[in-house]
Write a protein that binds this ligand. Structure first.
Ligand code: BGC
Length: 881
């Protein structure tokens, strides 16, 4: 028996993170442990565990939450988990916590620069035992001590709601200290002051000059301490990095001779500095390109995969200028970038005077292709592509007999990697890259199979909560949410407010994270956000006669659905009050469930009653007896009127709003919002009919797509669900694959059948929302179902399909890998489930019968597609052989 992968709040050996709760988790492996075995977590001040400060037993789940009340600042804690036959240990370390900062924020007196370099020389006279650097700089920084990077992370401090709180980093720099030292921090524009934000972008969103606060604390071997603090005595100078911004890229001039700037101390608030939660952004994968000359005669590098990050390499001989332009696509054999809108995505280096290694510092690109100017093909091929992302552990792998399905799953994972950069973004390339809440809301479940998302979400949810508090309960459409002073013609998305589906990420992310990790400490931290969002809608609901229908205010509805018939439309045909009310119910139910888990009984009763009342309102509004009410009053609701106006403005056309669209039906079915079994059957029949009318194609948008295949499969329509999944002509998931996609597209028709782009005003090849289909593959095709929110038993119930002869998936669980593999020979299907120890699970056969699974390998035989005598005969013969 072994325990490994020890984590605190989902982080490995965290130093200086924010610990508002402490959840210890570990993975076990080995057979000699049953579900009942007790494990003990001990936290001590020393690695020999003599000075114990906390201890508790964990009966199940490989996870334990402790109250952090014993924590003191700047302290390393050692912790271990022990069972009967094993033990494993790790550590974590606190930051400054409530200790007041001694250092001051510093900046410079001179005119604003695009990048500056702060530095400070200091000596260390005695042998250093430990040294910690507490550091925060805005926009983005890279710090080094004596020429060595203090950490291998980039784009630090990441992106959070800078106007509301500032996350600082803690670095262990013990090994870098000499007797004579120089600490250098170069700081660029980043999200803080570079061009960024919706609708063309704005500069100086959070501030107009770079600033920094640093406190370096050394403890000598003799126990004495010394600190180096940022103040007016620091050096500040201009830098070789000129223009730089998230959208436009970076321009460097290597002939720059630094000019001194006048350092000033700022009176800026230090009380809003907090320990980091943001995960380090690292270059996780490296790619070698191939090169070709496109039809314009341009030299193009092809990385064969769309990645987020940058390129880097050596230029050996002097060059006046080298220029790289980044794009996602080729069109007509030519490099293409019109769909990036105003984002320049360029990396330019001027005046390379001697052999130099070049890379960007304060930007990133979403790209597969790079146009190269100023280098020969051989010189360009010295460059490699680095895929940058927040450091998350990957937890799921899949393979099947369909190469296209396998590629789809690779694309989904890549869109996640490419958009999990500090915050979950909509896309990594055009002039947007915002933390759109709706996108991650619909993708959260899939994301949490692919990776251990807990710590990444925790960070994003902290900004979401801060924004919610700043906006009186509203959860904005993207987080962080910069505040722009209103002006004539400002885009309404920049004026605050909240919409359904997007705001519901406030309850969906916490509950999804809990379902995957069972981390009560994290759920408790996120609970005020959940409650705050439901209370916000409820308050509005009460101001609209308390009807429990979310049929007022502007809504985005079933974003990007195809069912309006209006070319290029962003709005779907589904009644957006229906969509919004279903999501209101989802959020009320999620909050009731969270309250039950946390044993907040009064809240549980309150939100459960609310959820039940919303459901009752849905049933009375949208059903007449067992039939769907095709003409509910909401078709003419205030929400709908606003939407019709928007449609007029966009296309000069009216939307034929309906409730019985694929999305409307899928939502009602998947969330079981119907009055009776007879009504359920009628909804399922209608959904089948709607599919047929659409030529067996999907028409759903962001709101309906995550529910569609589940709704079909849960209602006896597996064949229809799998036909949609395996469909190869447009619109479909595999159409994208057939078009050579290496990530998932924003729109079903991002590219048309002839390979041409369908439009350039809002069209990315790297949006993860439609990748939400992966949870259908995990939960239905492989049949891996997580325990219920309050249960501990996994349910393994694979759904076979004639589209495949085999499929297999492996999910990392707290107890080790759980694997399901099924192989079809004729109509006989053999399923193998490998269950990790200490895990309870049942297997559900095709006839509905259940059996308990044991740790290790479990084998089952079943029939598909029919249970004909022949198949049974075949089976018997196989068994007899
Ligand atoms: C983004 C989306 C987002 C949507 C909402 C788009 O521009 O890319 O994915 O959810 O706007 O309006």
């Amino acid at each position: 028996m072994k325990a490994k992968n020890l984590k605190v709040n989902g982080l490995t050996e965290p130093i200086g993170y924010s610990f508002d709760h402490l959840t210890f988790s570990w993975e076990t492996s080995g057979e000699d442990l049953d579900a009942q075995s007790k494990m003990t977590v001990t936290v001590a001040l020393d690695p020999a565990f003599k000075q114990v400060v906390a201890q508790a037993d964990c009966a199940s789940g490989n996870l334990l939450t402790l109250a952090p009340d014993f924590l003191t600042n700047k302290t390393r804690y050692f912790w271990r988990v022990q069972g009967l036959t094993f033990q494993a240990s790790s550590f974590f370390e606190t930051g400054l916590m409530d200790e007041a900062w001694q250092a001051k924020w510093i900046s410079y007196q001179d005119a604003p620069q695009d990048a500056v370099c702060f530095s400070k020389k200091f000596t260390a006279d005695k042998a250093v035992k430990t040294a910690r650097l507490y550091l925060m700089a805005l926009g983005l920084y890279e710090a080094s001590l004596n020429g060595q990077a203090v950490s291998l992370e980039y784009l630090t401090p990441g992106y959070h709601s800078y106007d509301l709180y500032q996350q600082y980093q803690t670095f262990d720099v013990t090994h870098l200290i000499n007797s004579e030292n120089e600490l250098t921090v170069m700081v660029g524009n980043g999200w803080y002051k570079g061009r960024f934000l919706f609708d063309g972008g704005f500069e100086n969103i959070y501030g107009d000059k770079q600033k920094l606060i640093a406190q370096l604390e050394m403890t000598y071997e003799d126990g004495s301490r010394e600190v180096v603090l940022s103040d007016e005595s620091w050096n500040c100078q201009t830098y070789f990095i000129k223009e730089n911004s998230i959208y436009d890229g970076e321009r460097q001039d290597l002939s720059t001779r630094p000019e001194p700037l006048q350092t000033i101390a700022l009176a800026d608030d230090r009380a809003t500095l907090t320990e980091r939660l943001d995960l380090p952004v690292k270059p996780v994968r490296v790619y070698n390109p191939t090169a070709f000359i496109d039809k314009n005669g341009d030299l193009i590098l092809d990385f064969e995969q769309e990645i987020t990050g940058w390129i880097a390499g050596r230029v050996e001989t002097p060059k006046k200028q080298v220029k790289f332009t980044f794009g996602e696509l080729l069109q007509d054999g030519r490099f293409y970038r019109d769909n990036l809108r105003t984002a320049k995505q360029e990396f330019i280096v001027d005046n390379i005077e001697q052999a130099s290694f070049i890379r960007p510092h304060f930007t990133y690109f979403g790209f597969r292709y790079v146009k190269v100017e100023g280098l020969s093909e051989a010189e360009a091929l010295r460059f490699k592509g680095y895929s940058l992302q927040s450091e998350l552990e990957e937890t799921f792998s899949f393979a099947s007999s369909s190469a296209k399905l396998n590629q789809l799953l690779s694309n989904v994972k890549w869109s996640q990697r490419d958009n999990f950069l500090s915050i979950p973004t909509d896309c990594p390339q055009r002039d947007e890259r915002l933390g759109w809440t709706g996108d991650i809301g619909v993708f959260a479940n899939t994301a949490s199979y692919n990776m251990e998302t807990r710590a990444f979400f925790a960070n994003y949810l902290r900004s979401m909560r801060a924004e919610q508090l700043a906006q009186k309960g509203a959860v904005p459409v993207f987080v962080p949410y910069p505040k722009i002073k209103p002006f004539e013609g400002i885009n309404p998305f920049l004026l605050g407010g909240a919409v359904s589906v997007w705001g519901d990420a406030a309850t969906i992310l916490p509950i999804t994270s809990y379902r995957h990790c069972h981390d009560q400490g994290q759920l408790k931290a996120d609970y005020p956000l959940m409650k705050g969002w439901v209370d916000y809608i409820l308050k509005k609901d009460q101001a609209h006669q308390n009807r429990h229908l979310f049929d007022f205010d502007m809504q985005l509805g079933d974003w990007l659905a195809l069912d309006t018939g209006i070319k290029g439309s962003v709005m779907g045909a589904t009644d957006s009050s229906l969509v919004a009310t279903v999501y209101y119910w989802i959020s009320a139910q999620n909050t009731a469930d969270a309250a039950a888990i946390l044993d907040y009984q009064t809240d549980n009763a309150f939100y459960q009653k609310l959820a039940d009342e919303i459901k009752a309102a849905i049933l009375t509004t949208y059903f007449k007896g067992d039939d769907l009410n095709l003409a509910p009053a909401t078709l003419n609701s205030p929400t709908e009127q606003i939407r019709q106006q928007m449609a007029q403005g966009f296309a000069g056309q009216k939307i034929d709003t309906k409730v019985d669209t694929q999305t409307g039906l899928a939502l009602l079915l998947h969330y079981r919002l119907y009055p009776s079994e007879a009504a359920r059957q009628k909804l399922a029949d209608r959904l089948e009919a709607r599919l047929e009318e659409a030529g067996n194609s999907l028409t759903t948008g962001f709101a309906g797509t995550p529910a569609l295949l589940h709704a079909l499969s849960e209602n006896g329509l597996d064949q229809a669900a799998f036909d949609l999944l395996f469909k190869e002509d447009a619109p479909s998931w595999l159409f994208e694959v057939s078009q050579g996609a290496t990530t998932t597209w924003e729109r079903w028709d991002s590219l048309l059948s002839d390979g041409r782009i369908s439009g350039t005003d809002m069209n990315s090849m790297n949006h993860y929302a439609y990748g939400s289909v992966e949870d259908f593959i995990v939960e239905k095709l492989l049949g891996i179902n997580l325990p219920d929110l309050t249960g501990d038993t996994w349910k393994i119930a694979p759904h076979f399909t004639s589209h495949l002869t085999w499929a297999q998936g492996k999910l990392m669980t707290a107890n080790g890998p759980l694997e399901v593999k099924w192989v079809k020979t004729g109509s006989l299907v053999e399923t193998t489930v490998i269950l990790p120890p200490r895990t309870k699970a049942v297997f559900i056969k095709q006839d509905g019968s259940q059996c308990q699974l044991k740790s290790g390998s479990n084998q089952f035989s079943d029939f598909f597609p029919d249970k004909s005598d022949n198949a049974i005969q075949d089976y018997k013969e196989t068994v007899n052989e």
